[in-house]
Write a protein of this length. Structure first.
Length: 151
């Protein structure tokens, strides 16, 4: 599932339910649209994994050793807040209070999708974190040159 794209402003209702935007759902294979795993992302956001993608990530992590302290601690931290969620008939998922509190989600969020990543940010946190670089061209040049040097 590579090629997700878009930013969506969405409200969270009083019960913690979040409606997934139709445009985003259309980018996810139909057979993987109902079951998800929600986890803390990188930074002050949540990451939403379609269940098939989650299964792939956890298969990769099965190579980590429980007997290596750094790998064991990473696995504990990674799985600590992971929660399975199902989409209801109104295309909503339920955000747990614990996850919402962990990343500071209130009632308005930004869902951002890129590559194979779906992140859910509190709208104020997103606005404060994601700043337009002064010179996007310089940033792109630096990132692309690093990518090309790693090949």
């Amino acid at each position: 599932m590579i090629g997700l794209t878009g930013n969506y402003e969405v409200k969270v209702d009083s019960k913690g339910r979040l409606r997934l935007p139709t445009n985003l759902l259309q980018q996810i294979p139909e057979d993987t649209r109902s079951q998800y795993v929600l986890n803390k992302g990188m930074g002050k956001c949540l990451r939403l994994f379609p269940k098939s993608q989650w299964d792939s990530v956890t298969r990769e992590m099965s190579n980590f050793s429980y007997f290596r302290n750094d790998e064991r601690n990473f696995l504990r931290a990674f799985y600590q807040l992971a929660t399975q969620v199902e989409m209801d008939s109104n295309d909503r998922i339920l955000l747990s209070k614990r996850l919402m509190e962990t990343v500071g989600i209130t009632d308005e969020v930004v869902i951002t999708a890129f590559h194979d990543v779906i992140e859910i940010w509190d709208s104020k946190t997103y606005a404060a974190t994601i700043v337009e670089p002064d010179n996007f061209a310089d940033m792109a040049d630096e990132v692309w040159s690093k990518l090309n040097n790693n090949k």
